[in-house]
Design a protein around this ligand. Structure first.
Ligand code: SF4
Length: 246
């Protein structure tokens, strides 16, 4: 790695002003975080990734839900309708009913139909492999132009299915990053993404993203983080501040 932190043009305006002068210092911490999480959790392999359209739909189902409930809803959807065309043209209430186990079904049912309509109307099939011919920015713009598909969902599809250099930021990544002091408390998911994408090399995005989620679920939990068990203690601003108060 060179001494200077390289910021890609699409990330430049998203780096929070508060940390702009400290990027080299933050990179040292980010490298330690990556290495230690890798030691604890190893190279992650949580669940098989699906073809792009399926991954997009499962990720949509997983919004504000668990992987388990999202996969249950996805399986029910596939059992209930024989083809994607049948999902797209079904009465919306039936799609909502099929995905109920994922939660927020009244939003997710119409969202899934909107995704299918957009792919069908523009491609004449249900294949997202054309995204591989676009630049990462173009592919992200295409995905996020669908109502209900946000940056996190687009990043997951692009990273998991197309190995594109994007760093998805969910609630766990966001919380752990802020507690460590790698991002300011008020940083948005887009700002946190810009930071990680600038601080570590692209080949780390996939394992680091998944290991941060794992750490957030198992140790750095939203309520009552298990700091006594955490391998990141000496790197963590939140822990340091808590110790000072004791
Ligand atoms: S020390 Fe505590 S707050 Fe900091 S990363 Fe670990 S679990 Fe989270």
């Amino acid at each position: 790695m060179s001494d200077n932190v390289r910021i890609a043009p699409h990330n430049a305006r998203h780096i929070p002003a508060e940390v702009k002068g400290r990027l080299r210092e933050l990179r040292e911490k980010a490298v330690q975080v990556y290495r230690r999480l890798l030691e604890v959790y190893g190279e992650p392999d949580w669940r098989p990734h699906y073809p792009p359209l399926e991954e997009l739909i499962i990720t949509t189902l997983a919004q504000n839900s668990t992987d388990h409930n999202a996969l249950m809803a996805y399986r029910r959807l596939r059992e209930r309708f024989p083809t994607w065309e049948a999902v797209m043209t079904a009465p919306t209430e039936e799609v909502i009913e099929a995905v109920r186990s994922a939660g927020l079904a009244n939003q997710k049912g119409p969202r899934i139909q909107a995704i299918l309509r957009k792919v069908w109307e523009e491609q004449g099939n249900f294949d997202l492999s054309f995204l591989d011919e676009l630049s990462t920015e173009e592919a992200e713009a295409w995905l996020t132009s669908i109502k209900g598909v946000g940056q996190k969902t687009a990043s997951i599809v692009l990273l998991f299915c197309f190995k594109r250099p994007t760093f998805p930021v969910d609630t766990h990544v966001s919380r752990v990053t802020k507690r460590l002091g790698l991002a300011p408390e008020r940083a948005t998911p887009r700002q946190i993404r810009a930071l990680w994408e600038s601080l570590v090399p692209p080949e780390w995005y996939y394992p680091l993203h998944l290991n941060l989620i794992r750490h957030g679920r198992q140790v750095c939990r939203a309520r009552q983080p298990l700091c006594e068990r955490c391998v990141l203690q000496d790197l963590c601003d939140y822990y340091g501040a808590r110790r000072k108060l004791e």
